[in-house]
Each structure stands twice: as C-alpha cells, then as structure tokens.
Write a protein that binds this ligand. Sequence first.
Ligand code: MV4
Length: 500
Amino acid sequence: MFESVLIANRGEIALRVIRGCRELGVRSIAVYSDADAGAPHVRAADAAVNIGPAPSSQSYLLGDRIIEAAIREGAQAIHPGYGFLSEREWFARAVRDAGLVFIGPPAEAIAAMGSKTAARTLAVAHGVPVVPGTTESIADAEHAAEIASKFGYPVLLKAAAGGGGKGMRVVREPSEIAASFDAARREAKNAFGDDAVYLEKYIEGPRHVEIQIIGDMHGNMVHLGERECSVQRRHQKMIEEAPSVAVSPELRAEMGATAVRAARAAGYVNAGTCEFLLARDGSYYFLEMNTRLQVEHPVTELVTGIDLVQWQLRVASGQQLGFAQEDISPKGWAMECRITSEDPANDFLPSTGRISYLHLPSGPGVRWDGGIEIGSEVSLHYDPMLAKLIVHAPNRDLAVARMHRALSELVIGGVETSREFHLRVMEDAEFRAGAIEIQWLERRLASLTSDVGTEDGAMLAALAAALLAESESGTRVAGPAQRESAVSAWGRAARLESIR
Ligand code: MV4
C-alpha cells in the first residue's frame, strides 16, 4: 500500500478520499485554493498545499502544479476525485511520467472512452449493444437527412467529442433536420472545439441505469451492480439509488457482464462506470463510460458492503481484488440526495453565502458525505453540490421513508438549498412507485417546486381551514390529534424561520 497519497480535489469528495486513506494508514495530502484555505478537507488531511487563487483554472485544474506538490510532499500517488482533472488523459499520463501512480484507469483507457464515437466503435466490436445509429461523423445536412430517414424519426444528433448531453439535438421530423444539424455542430464546436456530430435513433422514455465495475492489474474485473440515476434535471443528477426497480437479478447479471466486456475492451483498470439507457421494453444500450469514481458511488458501497475508495487505493498499489463476482449481490436499498446550494423555488438558481447554521441528520442507516461546516463560504467558484445525504434500508419503501426522515432532520442556514425539493420528491406518489425515467423530473418539476405541497404545508393549510370553520361556526372542527400535529408543524416552521 502507498505510504502517502495526494488528493487533487476539494469538498466532500476530498474528505471521502481522506477518510479512505486514514483507515488504510495512508498519509493524505490535500491541495487547496486561496478560497479554500479554511476548508474542512484542508484540516482533515495530514498535510495541505496551497496551489493558487480561487478560480479552478488557476488552482484545481493546474495539473503540473499539483504534480510538483505531490513530489515535494513525498506522495507516491494522486487521487483525482471526480470533475477537475479526473478524466483528462494528459493528466493521467503526466502523473505516470512523473513516476507517480494515478489512482484511476490508464491514460489509454481514458482516451479510448473519451471520444463517444470511438467508444461506440469499440463497443460494437466487442458485442456490446449500442443504440442503432452511425459511428462515423456526418459530413453535411443532406447526409444527415439521408441517414435519419434510413433509421426513422425521431433521431438524436450527438457530439462525437461530447458526453453529458452537450451538443445533443432531438429531431422529430425531416423538415427540422438541416437546422438541427447546423445547431448541433455549432454547439459541439463551442463546447468541445470539435464539430463532429453523429446520429442515433432517439429512445423515448428510457431509464438511466449505470453499472459500476472495478478491475485490478492482474486481469480480475467484476461489476458491482447497477445504480438508477433517472432523476436528473438538465443532465444534472439529483437522486440516485441502488438497486433499480427495473433491473431483475438476470438483467443485472447480463448488463454487468456487458459492462465488464466494454471495460476490458478499453484495457480498463480501477473503478469505472458504464452508462446505459434501459428502454421500456427491457432492451438496454451502452451510452458511454465514466472513467472515474462517481459522485453517486456511496449507494453502491452501501448495498454491496464494498468500500470503493479503499479498493481503488488497493488496486492502484498493485493488490489483487479481494472478492469475486459470485461474492457480490445487492443487500437492501440505498438512496442518495445531492444537497446543492440552489433555490428550487427560483429555477434552481445558485445561492451563495456563509453557512450560518448546520444540523446534520443521523440515526439508523444515515450517511452524510459533506464538504461544509458552519462558517463555510459558498461561492460561485465551485460546483453547488454541498453534500450528499445517503440512506440504506431493507427495502425501497423503507429507504424512501428513511430519506424523508433524514431530510427533515437536516437544517442548513445561510444559503438556499435543494432540501425542500428532495422532501417533496420523497412525498411524490410516482417517485414512491418507482415510476421514473429520464424525463420524469422535468415533467414533474412545476408541481414539485410550487409554494405549498409538503406534508407540513398541507397540514398547515388543513388547520387554517379548520380554524376558520370553527371561528365561523362557533363549534370545534379540528380534533386533538390534528391540533397536535399541526402545532408541531408550526413549531418546526418557526424554528426554521428563526434560524434563517
Ligand atoms: C440518448 C437518449 C435517447 N436516445 N440517446 C444524455 C447524455 C448522454 N450521456 C446521452 N444522453 C442521452 N442519450 C438516444 N439514442 C437520451 C439521453 C438523455 C439522457 C440520458 C441519461 C440521463 C439523462 C438523460 C437526459 C436526457 C437525455
């Protein structure tokens, strides 16, 4: 095992990796920008190095400076977390060239999966199902029209260099194809500096299901089952869970084997994730591979009992995977809410300020992976995700109830957060039934972010109506139980108000 590891990240994921290091007896070295000098991850680590001003372009994205810091501090390896430098081929290569270990896949595997068309070609060559479409990029609008009518509308134009939904255009009829093709090209050029666009048949109403894999340097590779990530808004995931209501043990084994095949084809080592669309008819299609530890990795950890960060460290140091495929099956249900500093009532506008109060949920089956404390300054320099609230319970119904309970214990003062939004999702009948797909949230958003709608809100409205009826009729309408629960709802609301 490494003696010492540098963590090239900030916030909750830096803390998560530091915790993994500490339990393995590995010395952790944090890096931080000027804005993060007092951040929790800096104090949690065994050492910390300032790497520049607040903007990430002048700090967390400066790979060379980070590698220098690692060498100076005597680190043997660098964990990139997610975002920032985690999927930059050049960084993985530069770390290796500096004689250090990149705790992630080889640079070549990042490259193989980085181009979406190259990844599609690789998948097809290894019998991994992909959505019908082209692997070559499309030369012009006429060519696009020709191919679209061959596959049949609706079609989806995608950026070859893309991922994450940028440069994507749904085209529903022939009259729209030329304009959409030009728009997709422009967007691709702007976002990736590469205007190559290809085309796929558009799949209506699928789920986003992804498979976690992990492999060692000795040829061992397993899948750790699926995560259901359909609850997302504008390609930002909001809630993830494991397992998925739509995945049977048979389908899990099949999709898992498919993911391992795709990863092996790319020469993959370490932890990674294959993204799939799972269509309504049960067919599934490989979309792309995320060549990093993901935000939502904790739900997999909770249902499999496998500490992904620690296994990343072990396999990166050359150890063998300590478990085989047959050792792994999901136990119970895990769910994660991404707690962001965004205002759901205001179109998820980022909210900034100082954390003035923080009360964290705890109790049975609750995990808080956070990056904030009282006094933390939430700025626009970094991602608005403050923390992840994760629960584990014996089944999905109990996980939803546990998440609702944990969210109701959570108090964050000083910035607007997604807490209320998440509470409402936990109360939503369709969500509770598991009837979710990638368009579900955007369809449901208006009713989830309207002014009244929580249990508390409904209770208060009912009490107000009852009291009005009493005062008008002169008789008692609200019973003792109603009064008591409404009074405690008022109390909660009042306490929250006084904190804000
Ligand atoms: C699709 C699709 C429907 N049909 N491809 C979005 C990001 C990128 N990873 C691929 N994406 C999609 N590709 C075909 N042929 C729908 C999406 C999609 C999506 C996928 C996963 C999670 C959320 C999504 C939201 C909108 C669209």
